[in-house]
Design a protein around this ligand. Sequence first.
Ligand code: SF4
Length: 865
Amino acid sequence: MSEAVRTTCAYCGVGCGIRATVTGERKVTIEGDPDHPANRGRLCSKGTHLGETVGLEGRLLTPMIGKKRTNWDRALDLVAKRFKETIARHGPNSVAFYVSGQLLTEDYYVANKLMKGFIGTANIDTNSRLCMSSAVAGHTRAFGEDIVPATYNDLDAADLIILVGSNTAWCHPIIYQRIRARCEAGAKLVVIDPRRTETAEEADIHLAIRPGGDVALMNGLLQYCREAGAVDDDYLAAHVAVPENFWDELGEGNDLWSVARACDVPVADLRRFYELFAATPRTVTMFSQGINQSTSGTDQVNAILNLHLATGRIGKPGAAPFSITGQPNAMGGREVGGLASTLAAHMDFAPENRDRVQRFWAAPAMAEKPGLKAVDLFRAVGEGRIKALWVMATNPAVSMPDAGRVREALAACPFVVVSDVIENTDTGAFAHVRLPAAAWGEKDGTVTNSDRTISRQRALFAMPGEAMPDWWIVKEVARRMGWKTAFSYDRPADIWREHCRLSTYDNDGARLFALPGAAQGGNAAYDDMKPFRWGGDQTFADGRFSTIDGRARLVPVAQKPLPEPLVKWPLTLNTGRYRDQWHTMTRTGLAPKLARHREEPLVEVHPDDAARLGLVGGGLARVETPQGESVYRIVVSEGQRPGELFVPIHWTDRTSSGGRTGLLPRPLVDPVSGQPGFKRTPAAIAPVATRWRGFLLLANELDERPACLWATRVAVPAGVLWELAGNGDLKCIEALLPRGERIEAQDIARGTRRVAVVTGGRLAGALFVTESGELPPRDWLIAQLSAPDVAPTLLAGRAPGVAADRGPIICVCFDIGLKTIAAAIRDQQLADVAAIGGAIGAGTNCGSCRPALARILAEETSDAA
Ligand code: SF4
């Protein structure tokens, strides 16, 4: 066994440190790094199961031109030639890169430099545009620079933590555990979210706000603070520029009752929140996608920043606004300048910045102005204005809003390059050239997390097949385009040092983003780099901001009118994430345990809407928007607001027949940041009747999705599970079973058919279908895929004499289902989450399921009462 390597988690912006010990060929054990400041040894379920995702299944391992394998020279020559030809014929604005928060900072730096300094356009945008660009725009408007002024340490010092538009318990679980610890020490938690999520359930106050009402809520709070004497006039006088008429305009229509009505929340709850805020100086307001992913995202961010600036709650321990990022290196991309709206190293396109960066890079063709942001970029592809596109480490055919249009654009684009880890992605299907990139576990470089901590990501394995790091791929294309000297990097450390030098170049302190000293070390220093935070632990403690006059800005923002429901689209569709999945499941989809929490894409609907529209829990429903339609399994949930639907973003065309959410949102964006408004799409829903439903369990992957109305796939131990429903003949589904000895049972009265296929004494596949009867729970059958012998009760779907339904898996670390937990609470009279852990182990490893345990405990306790 080799020594543990200190590296960083591949998933979210918490940026947890990992100790990874390679134990064999593509095998690694994962544990939290106790010395990393972001997580202090803890990992959530996704990080804990990273070791299950490092296999080579589905990897792209050779460069491909069309459907043919090729070598690197031919592939790189072709990419360089086509980009050069396109630029020569149509100008630099006819090409674009669409990159990703999955790239390391070094990858980002090289791609940004090539596009903005050498090709001469700023048409490089990133999927981080979809995640946090409104926060970037809001910070820049208020502080003069894109600075996140908080750190995780502020959570430990806060007396009030407000989570706005953030299901932190699911999406940033390690931060959430830190918040819980602080709340257990006495801090109060307020959650502002239209949905009663697991995060909201544990809050002291939950405001189930009408979607889009955030500016009204925050402006009302600021007005309340002013009237309650909680505005810090001294701080404003010394450090903040307040536009004329700011307070007069703010005061209009912001009384408690008007705000409660606009936001559709009880006045009493709103008053409690306002009083709590006004009385609690140490406040951290944390926000994420619920704020950013809006057509008013930047205004919503500034409404929060206004509040903190006006009350002087910034630059002090436990007092700051805190934007948390979704992706592992969204922040590194921001530092590099890898958004179309920024130039480089926290500089914009002002003439002096262009001149400075041109000198530093010795650039022949500097971009003159911001480039196309993601939605506009793909629109330009569709309109034929972009004729050569390079997509790196992301899957826009699934993840962009109105993804159907994005597919049409990709299909029509004369030249598409995709560099990716995965062989078959929805976007890769449109590529003329595919380039095999290094994956987590092979990459070497740096990432920056949500609290500005830069950490090393270190390689654990040799590069498989012909895979190469993204920075190498980009610099090889740049060299072939004629810029050999400017792209003569041999290793990531070379790029890192240049990135650090640019951050301090001609920087007299005007730009807070600076990495002084970091450029001095040699390769060994880079290899040994410990996590460190730039910008200081208490940013803006001196009250000086990155504006010309050093003052922050209060930005006047007004609540936009919220639209009334439309006749054809009477509901509002919200999209988001599941606790144990990540983006389009290309990586988490490889970890069978992570699929057990949610095995299918569900549409959550309020009971009143369900009753009115004939929707039954467990049935199927078609969600329709003006952009497209998808089918989901129905969950009736009191946690939804009436009139609103929620669906997950994770399933793609390759893993479902109808649950592809990217088809549904509108391509409408925030006018300042260009971030799409994923959270509020007019929609309709209707039940879908099918003649039969069932599931197909297979030891081996299928080449294609089963041809029926509903088919969704997840990985399970030793195989895959497809949930199915349809109206047609079963013959084509049954034909998907492997060859082997068949065992069959049929009940014509119920329309039930069960088939198992055994090869070499082991279960190779099973199809269970019914028209009107019950289907067995999947757990025991899934376990049979790994069993050495076939059980005689295989077609019963359970072990002899055992009813093995554990219910949906809640604790993925110890594989414990809801029914097991509920039984333990009842039988052993367990009184709290710790007692559940003591009795059956649930929640004692990563802790991601603790909010769910608390909810089950509350339900069981109230049932018993
Ligand atoms: Fe990874 Fe979970 Fe930490 Fe996010 S919270 S970085 S997913 S371990």
